[in-house]
Design a protein around this ligand. Structure first.
Ligand SMILES: Cc1cc2nc3c(=O)[nH]c(=O)nc-3n(C[C@H](O)[C@H](O)[C@H](O)COP(=O)(O)OP(=O)(O)OC[C@H]3O[C@@H](n4cnc5c(N)ncnc54)[C@H](O)[C@@H]3O)c2cc1C
Length: 386
């Protein structure tokens, strides 16, 4: 365990914003280490404690936070081979992508399309991470967590977690109550989940490879994600983000069709929702990227140091020197515009931690200038759906 006072939290987040932590404890590995870390922080301060993994889905306030526990580092602690699946138990602090690489190297399926998602294994159940048609919930068996109030170790099944789209109870009634210290997953030996995403089909068509092979799937996903700066890489300034900033809203089918047609042309909405919602669904999930485009935003738009990624319109990027408050204001401006112009409520995916000024649309309009993206949104970005 490592404890510091006054640590800059920007260094612990992929958006690279945020003030300092009065007390910050870094722990790795086992449940026992987490219990020890919680006790060490408590011995120094009674202020509210914030838990972080790799900081890839948070916006930390410029004012900082009083007490932070960072859980990073760990390994696959057990693997039991069954007839059709191998059951693995993984430390909460292990890097998610290191787990995916481990599983692919052993021929185990179920995680390969989740390659390149930043963050820790322990944070993955919080929003039921998902990409390209795979979700954590598909392989999830159970998790172990320490109750921050009592120090008790508790086991949660999938039903206990109530996973949804970018959602679980750890975002709602159980937020800030548990530290997830281990996750157990069932990984498949033979079966492969279907490849349904156009980006991946195009990648295989243009670069070859076997769409059923786990290594080729992982390579294709990483290449597509890197093309959108959706792999956290300190050498890629466009990855200085939280990934997609808004979750895709559910809308009545007719409204959703109109919205998609406005961006992609007549007939596009029917085709899109027949593909992924079925012909009957009355409420359909509209890609948040299309909501932004329909509301008049474009790839590359900037408000000073904060902008929409030229490669992935849904990502708010810190182009250098951004404050957390500016990120919050730009996000609120986008939400305000989508609500005013389209009547659509957009919800932020990352968690805002600490104190922020409330959004004032008039002050924002007066003080902040928008620089439109230099190029119009490219077709492949307009078509990209995550
Ligand atoms: C470039 C980029 C691309 C991304 N792409 C995707 C994507 O394709 N799909 C997707 O679903 N997400 C994506 N994300 C979001 C992010 O990677 C995930 O949400 C990830 O699971 C966050 O992990 P973390 O360790 O960084 O959590 P943090 O950001 O540190 O924390 C997020 C929340 O989880 C809580 N938390 C963290 N660790 C634990 C724990 N051990 N126990 C309990 N609670 C905990 C924190 O308190 C906080 O509320 C992307 C992010 C980036 C930067």
């Amino acid at each position: 365990m490592h404890i510091t006072e006054g640590a800059p939290l920007a260094e612990h987040t992929t958006l690279v914003v945020g003030g300092r932590a009065q007390v910050l404890a870094e722990v790795a590995g086992s449940t026992a280490a987490v219990v020890e870390g919680l006790e060490a922080v408590r011995a120094r301060t009674t202020e509210p404690l914030t838990l972080l993994g790799e900081g890839s889905n948070v916006v930390v306030s410029d004012a900082g936070l009083p007490a932070v526990l960072v859980l990073r580092g760990g390994e696959v602690s057990d693997a039991q081979e069954g007839r059709e699946t191998t059951r693995v138990r993984v430390d909460g602090g292990m890097s998610w992508d290191a787990l995916v690489a481990w599983s692919v190297a052993r021929g185990l399926g179920g995680l390969e399309l989740l390659s390149g998602i930043p963050g820790t294994v322990g944070a993955a159940p919080v929003q039921n991470i998902a990409a390209y048609g795979q979700a954590l919930a598909d392989t999830f068996v159970s998790l172990e967590a320490v109750d921050r109030r009592t120090g008790e170790v508790v086991t949660f099944t999938a039903a206990d977690c109530a996973f949804g789209y970018r959602d679980s109870r750890f975002k709602r009634d159980l937020a800030d109550r548990f530290v997830i210290t281990a996750v157990t997953l069932d990984l498949t030996h033979g079966a492969r989940s279907p490849l349904r995403y156009r980006d991946l089909e195009v990648r295989f068509a243009e670069h070859g490879g076997d769409p059923e092979d786990l290594h080729d799937r992982r390579a294709a996903v990483l290449a597509v994600r890197r093309g959108k700066s959706m792999v956290w890489d300190p050498a890629d300034p466009l990855s200085r983000s939280c990934g997609s900033f808004f979750v895709s809203p559910f809308l009545p089918r007719d409204e959703a069709i109109d919205l998609v047609d406005a961006v992609r042309g007549a007939g596009a909405g029917e085709r899109l929702f027949a593909w992924y919602a079925g012909a009957e669904a009355e409420q359909v999930k509209v890609p948040a990227a299309l909501v932004l485009l329909a509301a008049g935003f474009a790839n590359g738009d900037r408000w000073g140091p904060v902008g929409l990624s030229p490669r992935h319109v849904l990502a708010l990027v810190n182009h250098g020197g951004a404050t957390a408050q500016r990120v919050a204001d730009v996000a609120a401006h986008i939400q305000h515009t989508a609500a005013e112009q389209l009547g659509v409520a957009l919800h932020a995916e990352p968690r805002f931690l600490g104190a922020f000024e409330p959004f004032d649309p008039e002050r924002f309009a007066a003080d902040v200038t928008r620089t439109p993206g230099e190029d119009a949104t490219p077709g492949w970005a307009r078509d990209a759906v995550r």
